[in-house]
Ligand binder design. Sequence first.
Ligand code: DC
Length: 230
Amino acid sequence: MRKITIAFDGYSSCGKSTMAKELASSVGYTFVDTGAMYRAVTLMALRGGLFNNEGNLNEEGLRTMLSTATITQKYNPQLGQAETFLNGENVEGQIRNMDVSDRVSIIAALPFVRTEMVRQQQDMGRHGGIVMDGRDIGTTVFPNAEMKIFVTAKPEVRAQRRYLELKAKGEDVTIDEVLRNLEERDYIDSHREVSPLRQADDAVVLDNTNLTRAEQSAMLLALYNERIKD
Ligand code: DC
């Protein structure tokens, strides 16, 4: 059976990764979370002291660090999912905290960072059989993807879901902080010059504000079965 390319794009905390991961595992494809790659670059910048007290970034310092950095995703069979590695270290536990979330959109707007991440993502998906989630997958990384989904949901619903996730991990956050972070990221991601977040013309929109996971999965699987026939 032919292996297609599946692109998930959309706003922050819509559950893109969860549904992309689930679809990948039910059809036996590789799943790549591209947001995790931008998050790993952000963690590297934070650890390297590249942000000053005013929050400004030393771009040249980041360019130098990025030139020798390796960012990979490896499947962990015990967890049944891929984990992100920065220079060989598993950073999965550190890339989703608020420090990283607060700065990741600044890093993801830098053209030299995007060029390098997109190159790596295109390389990972060159044989098809991949489900990739991000903001520019259907528009820039794989404009010819056979199946494109654009995910959205009401900001309040997304913030509530993210808040519960962060609380479960023991993070000390308020729902207002989470909502503000989501709205700020969505604004920066949609207004940057290079590959802004936007719906590809041929993407199917999935608003999951009022959908259960089972309903979403059924819709996605039905679409996949249609697309592999074409
Ligand atoms: O999916 P996420 O929330 O983990 O992504 C983190 C940030 O990375 C998000 O604010 C936008 C950016 N991003 C991007 O610009 N392009 C991608 N393909 C994936 C994520």
